[in-house]
Design a protein around this ligand. Structure first.
Ligand SMILES: [Zn+2]
Length: 312
């Protein structure tokens, strides 16, 4: 990894600006206020003035993006985008701080914003699957929730499993995976109930797809809305029958869990969706180079601004 940081855009602000401009605007600067391609250069490098009569606003590559109102240098931003794009397991704010040799607050700021940029990664979201195409759906449980859900069967005490925290006390992740293009979408949901699952599947999957799940009751009802709903019976140790399987989505879960174990032990529940998005993004872009992935994330950061409070 050290070698790739020899490129000029990691050391030189002008080179970094040029890199961000070509990532965000492959066809030249676009006014973020009105979308016009017509602009003038100003005396300040990297600052443009919209040539549209009604607009005339000044902008830079940071305007209306997750990089707006940041004190970090563009070389720091470039390094952060590359590190997150290249890492297989994700990156923590502390690791980023060490790498950049910056203040923790700066690293924390960059960390959350780059993750947010990866959330969509410039990819739009058409329905998954299509006529005859298998879409795997499965749920996973990760980490404990702060306030455990009371169980109606246990007189409002929390769910348990063999005296331990049961699934009612775990954070629930639902992932949908289009097996043809190996594209995944993951969601952190408050509870794994049929209604929640049905909504996610309905909103994301093409109706003519074949839904592949395990035997869980969660999918029975919504499964009827699709061209086919085929299941494998995990209880009977059945993992694949013909091309019916949930192995691909389970493979995704194991990548996620491995990554989270190594790096994100203290991931707050409210941030789980961002970590999921980061893993989804890396998984969905695994066939492009780290540099292309970083550029894609920059485009994903367009029009986004976060209003996080600093940690301290
Ligand atoms: Zn404009």
């Amino acid at each position: 990894m050290a070698n790739q940081f020899k490129a000029p855009h990691f050391h030189d602000e002008d080179a970094a600006r040029a890199w961000f401009e070509s990532a965000r605007w492959p066809d030249g600067p676009v006014c973020p206020n009105c979308g016009s391609l017509k602009h003038y250069a100003t005396k300040k490098a990297g600052r443009y003035r919209c040539a549209e009569k009604e607009c005339r606003k000044d902008f830079t590559v940071q305007t209306k993006s997750i990089m707006e109102r940041s004190h970090a240098s563009l070389t720091q931003w470039a390094a952060a985008f590359h590190l997150y794009a290249a890492s297989k397991k994700g990156f923590t704010a502390t690791q980023l701080q060490r790498h950049l040799g910056c203040q923790y607050n700066t690293a924390w700021f960059l960390h959350h914003r780059v993750m947010e940029a990866m959330r969509r990664g410039g990819l739009d979201l058409p329905p998954m699957g299509g006529p005859g195409r298998p879409v795997e759906v499965d749920e996973a449980y990760h980490g404990n929730v702060k306030n455990r859900r009371p169980s109606p069967q246990r007189g409002s005490r929390p769910f348990t499993k063999g005296g331990k925290v049961g699934v009612g006390g775990k954070r629930v992740i639902i992932s949908l995976l289009d097996r043809e293009n190996k594209n995944v979408r993951s969601f952190h949901v408050p509870t794994a109930d049929a209604e929640t699952v049905a909504r996610l599947v309905r909103e994301n999957v093409h109706k003519e797809s074949r839904l592949h799940t395990d035997e869980s009751k969660l999918y029975i009802s919504v499964g009827k809305e699709f061209a086919a709903h085929e299941t494998v019976v995990h209880a009977a140790k059945e993992y694949a029958r013909g091309d019916v399987t949930t192995n691909t989505v389970e493979g995704y879960f194991s990548i996620f869990k491995r990554g989270m174990r190594g790096n994100y032990q203290h991931c707050a529940e409210k941030n789980l969706h961002r970590y999921l998005a980061e893993f989804d993004f890396r998984y969905n872009t695994r066939n492009i180079t780290d540099g292309e992935r970083a550029a894609l994330a920059v485009r994903g950061g367009e029009g986004k601004r976060l209003t996080y409070r600093q940690p301290h």
